[in-house]
Ligand binder design. Structure first.
Ligand code: PMP
Length: 394
């Protein structure tokens, strides 16, 4: 046997780069007194009634596999939820699969549609998993860069310019990670025209749909002509504060779901039974809790945006999710330098914008899903840091 493992490892897997976020978490974890604005997860514990439903499920002995696409009762709740919240209709029996987080939904979506060399447009800055998952599915991720000039919204022209005869699909994420940008119905209508003109599929990551603060969220699948072209992804992690439960779902036309289900049944079999009982409870009885969390994030967003602008880090007001994406250009540092020096000097962890794509250079992502006290202290430290850098520039 050769001891040089590179010889054995798949070329595609080898070429995928590890997430740039990890490096900072590892460094932050080795230090004391760090305030982390780095992680992308709610600071709330899952509401008690949801936890209780999962406990009850175990007590009652629901320890078997479920149907491959998930409990029909849960798929029915998801179908009801999608219809009542976003006016999109999916048949519980053959248009929905319960997945291991939205993460697995992204994976099976790409693996079900891509042939080698097919191109997928990814609107950047973007969630770090999209491009690697496109590559692992044999496709080619094509970045479509957005800019802060229009609040990081992708324009129909930018999409049009990136399309080639190899383009198979576009991935859209609204509200976005890392920018928090939400696309309005009007934005989506214009984007949909380009998608339809070029006969593309759309993978729509709507995991932050519950966390919107201004205006109304619109699902891409609800836009005229998009239902048949959209693979809709969503999950329980963010809106319901259920990251550790690892539950998400995909809803799409029956023909696409059939292919995704083949991959899902061989790789996963089904999502965990007891967690699915928790998710049923989440969809039935947590409207009040979700609304309370949403209001709390909104308050924190307003505070963080205002303070960042005051301390000289220009920051647009994001419409959703729990991230802000301020410019750090006034400090004369690169994103990586800013994040690294801020961590070492002031013990505040943020994520350098360049890990979300080239257009993220010059920005950092700060999650405001942490307590108000921690946010106040973190911003105080950031102000001190920014002032020291500006003084050094003079
Ligand atoms: N999509 C986006 C945009 C995300 O930010 C995340 C989590 N950070 C996910 C998908 C994955 O979520 P999960 O697998 O926990 O459902």
């Amino acid at each position: 046997m050769k001891t040089d493992y590179a010889h054995y490892i798949s070329k595609t897997a080898q070429e995928v780069q590890p997430s740039g976020i990890r490096k900072f978490f590892d460094l932050a974890a080795s230090m004391e007194g760090v305030i982390s604005l780095g992680v992308g997860e709610p600071d709330f514990i899952t509401p008690w009634n949801i936890r209780e439903a999962a406990i009850l499920s175990l007590e009652q002995g629901f320890t078997s596999y479920t149907a491959n696409p998930g409990l029909l009762e849960l798929r029915q709740e998801i179908s009801n939820y999608l219809e009542s919240r976003f006016s999109v209709q999916y048949d519980a029996k053959n248009q929905i699969i319960v997945t291991i987080g939205a993460s697995q939904a992204i994976d099976i979506a790409f693996r079900s549609i891509l042939n080698p060399g097919d191109e997928v447009l990814i609107v950047e800055p973007a969630f770090v998993a999209y491009a690697p998952l496109v590559s692992l599915a044999g496709g080619k991720p094509i970045p479509v860069s957005t800019s802060p000039v229009n609040g990081f919204k992708v324009t129909p022209e930018q999409i049009e310019n990136a399309i080639t005869e190899k383009t198979k699909a576009i991935l859209l994420c609204s509200p976005n990670n890392p920018t928090g940008t939400m696309l309005t119905k009007e934005d989506l209508v214009e984007i949909a025209k380009v998608i339809q003109k070029h006969d593309l599929l759309a993978v729509s990551d709507e995991i932050y749909a519950e966390l919107t603060y201004d205006g109304t969220f619109t699902s891409l699948a609800a836009i005229e002509g998009m239902y048949q072209r959209t693979i809709l992804l969503n999950g329980f992690s963010k809106g319901f504060a259920m990251t550790g439960w690892r539950l998400g779902y995909v809803a799409a036309p029956k023909e696409l779901i059939e292919v995704m289900l083949k991959i899902h049944q061989y790789t996963i079999m089904c999502a965990p039974h007891m967690m699915q009982h928790g998710a049923i409870e989440a969809l039935r009885n947590s409207y009040h809790d979700v609304e309370t969390m949403r209001r709390s994030y909104r308050r924190r967003r307003n505070y963080v945006v205002q303070t960042l602008n005051q301390i000289g880090l220009d920051c647009h007001t994001p419409g959703g999710a729990f991230y802000v994406f301020p410019s750090i250009r006034s400090t004369g540092l690169s994103s990586e330098q800013f994040a690294e020096e801020l961590l070492i000097q002031e013990k505040v962890a943020v994520v350098p914008g360049n890990v979300f794509g080239e257009s993220g250079e010059g920005y950092v992502r700060c999650s405001y899903a942490t307590s108000m006290e921690q946010l106040q202290e973190a911003l105080k430290r950031m102000q001190r840091f920014v002032e020291s850098k500006k003084l050094a520039l003079r």
